[in-house]
Design a protein around this ligand. Structure first.
Ligand SMILES: [Zn+2]
Ligand SMILES: [Zn+2]
Ligand SMILES: [Zn+2]
Ligand SMILES: [Zn+2]
Length: 366
């Protein structure tokens, strides 16, 4: 993640919607791709101070302040009902009549925008139902129990919400956006860390398994992560929660949870890969990678170089956190078995880029 300069000289961060020094409104310009200060043209239109594009606020920025992205105004009249490309992926959002839900929704959107930034950095394909993308990516942010009124009756059906992925839809239980609830779960499950962005990084792994592995390179994937068809998923889940992780997990898996089932192993490894990318990107932009040749070219970099830099950086970042008694930032240990799995993900990301190119060509020539 990068940091951006305000026109007053102050530093702007990815989540900012105003500058704390000059109090100008700021937001993400989709044209020059950065957090920029905005000059108001009229009640709904702004000019990007960097590229002078005419912009309007995403509806979730304008109406709920849970987003800080803008949308380009391409016509002379306002596209008054425009969502940014991140909010366009939402299907269900938290009930705003429930106290505390706006804060949770804000945290969820902030984490989702970071995820989208990293997918764009890697040039990975994704799209919404409006883009007619082959596997539309959709987000459902649901409360712990959603009450659905049955059509035509007063009956209320309660539904327990589990964080997970199914056919392109990522569901997040919004209690995960409550830091107290999340920490309780982290301690209960004995996890090294549990973050909101971590959930997005994990669930998008399941999404890319379906988009890039299923019916494409399933055999190669089985050879690395194990045969998902021979392990019944519900049985594996029950075993995991009853008896705990496999005893050999520190040697062969990126996390304890990864040892539950080959699909979870894949998603956990995908999460760790995205974390490596996003930490290296931030380190580079704030000059934590000290030598010029440390610059990371995410599209062409050999995997071994990236991992070496990440491991060196991880030791330092963990030591910094331990100084104040915080959890390790990079708790993973990259054993030979784990490196093999990470390499598979690295290769798959390259295949993802090819798919994106092909899809773009199809749109152009359609
Ligand atoms: Zn400023
Ligand atoms: Zn701009
Ligand atoms: Zn938005
Ligand atoms: Zn999972």
């Amino acid at each position: 993640m990068k940091i951006y300069p305000c026109q007053c000289g102050n530093t702007l961060h990815f989540e900012n919607s105003s500058c704390v020094v000059c109090h100008r409104e700021v937001g993400w310009c989709p044209v020059c791709e950065g957090i920029r200060s905005l000059d108001a043209v009229d009640a709904y239109t702004y000019s990007c101070n960097h590229c002078q594009s005419q912009l309007t606020k995403c509806l979730n920025y304008r109406d709920y302040q849970v987003c800080n992205r803008l949308v380009e105004v391409k016509t002379t009249w306002h596209e008054a009902n425009a969502y940014c490309k991140c909010c366009n992926l939402n299907r269900i959002v938290p009930d705003m009549t429930v106290p505390g839900n706006r804060e949770k929704w804000y945290n969820l959107e902030a984490a989702k925008r970071r995820l989208i930034y990293t997918l764009d950095l890697l040039n990975l394909p994704y799209g919404s139902i409006y883009d007619r993308f082959p596997l539309p990516l959709t987000f459902d942010f649901k409360g712990n129990v959603v009450q659905i009124t049955q059509a035509g009756t007063d009956a209320i059906i309660a539904e327990k919400v589990f964080t997970g992925h199914a056919d392109g839809t990522i569901t997040i239980n919004i209690e995960e956006a409550d830091p107290i609830e999340r920490e309780k779960l982290r301690v209960d499950f004995g996890e090294a860390r549990r973050t909101l962005i971590g959930h997005f990084h994990h669930e998008i792994g399941h999404y890319y398994w379906q988009l890039l592995v299923r019916n494409t390179c399933e055999e190669e994937c089985k050879a690395v992560f194990g045969d998902h068809t021979t392990f019944n998923y519900s049985y594996a889940m029950n075993q995991y929660y009853q008896y705990g992780p496999k005893l050999d997990w520190p040697l062969n898996y990126i996390s304890a949870y990864a040892s539950m089932h080959p699909w979870e192993d894949f998603a956990e490894t995908f999460r760790a890969y995205l974390e490596m990318i996003t930490i290296l990107d931030t380190a580079e932009s704030v000059h934590l990678l000290l030598e010029a040749e440390d610059a990371v070219d995410f599209e062409g970099a050999p995997f071994e170089n990236m991992l070496l830099k990440y491991e060196e950086l991880g030791i330092k970042l963990n030591e910094m956190n331990r100084t104040l008694g915080l959890l390790d930032m990079v708790p993973e240990v990259f054993t030979p078995a784990v490196i093999l799995k990470m390499k598979f993900i690295h290769k798959l990301v390259k295949q993802g880029r090819l798919l994106k190119n092909n899809l773009q060509k199809q749109v152009v020539f359609a």
